[in-house]
Design a protein around this ligand. Sequence first.
Ligand SMILES: Nc1nc2c(ncn2[C@@H]2O[C@H](COP(=O)(O)OP(=O)(O)OP(=O)(O)O)[C@@H](O)[C@H]2O)c(=O)[nH]1
Ligand SMILES: [Fe+2]
Length: 267
Amino acid sequence: MLVETQEETPEIRERLHRVGITNLRTVARINWKGRVYTFLPVFEITIDVPEEKKGIHMSRLVESITEAMSEAVEEEVMQAHTSLEELGRCVIRRLEGKHPHRRAEVWIKTHLIIPRQTPASGKTTYEPYDVEVGVIKNEDGSFGKVLRVKVIGNTACPHAMANNDGKTHIQRAIGELEVRTAFDEEIALEDMIDVVESSFSHPTYTLLKTIDENAVVQGMHRNPKFVEDVAREIFAKAKERFNGKIHVRVISNESIHKHDVIAETWS
Ligand SMILES: Nc1nc2c(ncn2[C@@H]2O[C@H](COP(=O)(O)OP(=O)(O)OP(=O)(O)O)[C@@H](O)[C@H]2O)c(=O)[nH]1
Ligand SMILES: [Fe+2]
């Protein structure tokens, strides 16, 4: 007979808001607008623990993920989930039948690989973007979601350019955009990525032929930006396009310093 230690009363009776599994790597298939993508996401799944319970039954959280995955991995059940957030809610729905809780969260971190065209030669290039989707079940049973994208672009410094006959320092910059919104609000991660990528001095590319590299170098010099300019542009575009609480953070890996510069804002 197994001892259910988790059901005992703990010495210190404190409610815990988030207890569960993190850094769980798995596979998921998403049928996004009719195209099936296979992801290798990292999951975090948590529930709250009441003050009178020593612990939670961790394996049940893992079972909720593995059972939701099996819906979309075995070939015969091709009902792949239609979005990462819908997959997250499906995991929580499964958990509801397995483990009592009042509040639950599922966070899915993965990469989106989006085909793009190089700027001059027009060749196809596959660009990686970090994305994260959080699905939150509130105590009243309502669902919210958090969408996050991280994009690598670049900045050409306008200040150095103005003071050095057009010469300047140029660096990679990372733009992060987060939108916190109602679960049913339709927001595509690709659209969030486009908002960030279009706000740099120029996008970056995996594949660049010489004529493409020339186009990027000329484009950057035509479009010098402070880290503040990039953050403001992302924020203005995101407020315009997405309904929710917006958070923007841009880090520029300055090529003239051993440190970075940052600009951040939120609604
Ligand atoms: N709450 C808690 N569980 C832990 C901790 N460390 C390990 N465990 C987990 O304890 C789990 C086994 O307990 P349960 O999940 O309840 O497994 P079980 O009792 O066989 O399954 P159920 O019948 O569904 O309860 C293992 O999966 C471990 O990961 C911890 O610090 N806290
Ligand atoms: Fe158990």
